[in-house]
Design a protein around this ligand. Structure first.
Ligand code: ZN
Length: 315
């Protein structure tokens, strides 16, 4: 463990962890957390049949990597190629060049569309930023989800945030499972606003950025119950007496909002349908998560502005 990581691990207050990672713009190494709770087992995503872990490194001239992942985004590279960002189960975030993907769909078909789940074969050169995508076979398409405009907007936001938080070449099995579970929940009809807040809460939690709501950072009062006030710029949490009044950089979470947060932290997404969480409580959680994510990113997420219509359309 490096010096910087020790610093984060040694501090118990979430706010200090947030401040620390502002300084270096990479997520701190989080404490291991159960997902969502030790008592709840989410189904694993079925492994890709082609993904033989013992055969991952081939005997080719270049190291060959076979992994499974989601497509986060694909950008044009020149007239013919694309740069594709994948979130893989085995290696975290990987960026690769898909040769001739712009010129012809014959080789990659629709497998490079956002949120496709794919079986990938990549060639990686040492010290090269970009791998070369040799094969990308579609395991599960997100085409049907994209048919709905509001769901498409939500998926664009999920991809933008996941792209920022996912670590390059570092597996995050909990994060991979989270995203797989949320796509499955969307397919199963879970409300978009629940999926959105679930994703935000767990993105913060799994990267050590969800503030502890136990104690006031000023007077030390217990905040187990009642209203808490989050100072967005620092990520510190206070009781209403220490940080009274409204302010642009403060977010208030009342009892109902805290209840919604607890539900999200203790239940799989599939158990949160059917109006289990009131829209107003979910909106309170949203104010906290949006503020915390934006503070970490130090900018607005470009796709976030389209979420207004997505949430507005949710009944
Ligand atoms: Zn206080």
């Amino acid at each position: 463990m490096g010096e910087g990581e020790e610093k984060v691990a040694g501090r118990s207050h979430g706010a200090q962890a947030v401040r620390h990672c502002h300084a270096r713009m990479t997520p701190p190494t989080p404490k291991p957390v159960p997902y969502p709770c030790a008592t709840i087992a989410l189904p694993e995503i079925a492994p890709c049949p082609a993904n033989d872990h013992e055969m991952r490194w081939g005997a080719a001239a270049l190291p060959l990597l076979r992994v499974e992942g989601f497509v986060l985004k694909a950008q044009p590279l020149g007239d013919a190629d694309k740069i594709v960002t994948f979130l893989t189960r085995e290696e975290g975030k990987i960026r690769g060049v898909a040769k001739a993907a712009r010129r012809s769909r014959r080789r990659f078909g629709s497998s490079l569309e956002p949120w496709s789940r794919v079986a990938l074969t990549l060639f990686e050169k040492e010290a090269a930023d970009l791998a070369r995508v040799d094969a990308c076979d579609l395991l599960e398409s997100a085409y049907r989800l994209h048919e709905n405009l509001e769901t498409g907007c939500l998926l664009a936001y999920l991809a933008e945030v996941a792209d920022l938080f996912a670590r390059e070449k570092q597996a995050e099995p909990h994060y991979y499972r989270l995203l797989g579970s949320l796509l499955a929940a969307l397919r199963g009809g879970l409300t978009r606003s629940v999926v959105l807040r679930y994703f935000e809460v767990w993105t913060l939690r799994l990267h050590g950025l969800l503030p502890d709501l136990d104690l006031c950072g000023s007077c030390g009062a217990s905040l187990i119950r009642g209203t808490v006030v989050l100072e967005v710029s620092s990520g510190e949490v206070f009781c209403p007496r220490c940080r009274g009044g409204a302010g642009v950089s403060r977010v208030t979470l009342r009892e109902a909002g805290r209840g919604a947060l607890a539900e999200i932290l203790c239940r799989p997404p599939t158990e949160l349908g059917g109006g289990r969480i009131a829209a107003s409580a979910l909106a309170e959680v949203g104010r906290l998560t949006s503020a915390a994510l934006t503070a970490f990113a130090e900018t607005e997420f470009r796709s976030a502005r389209f979420l207004v219509s997505a949430e507005g359309a949710v009944s």
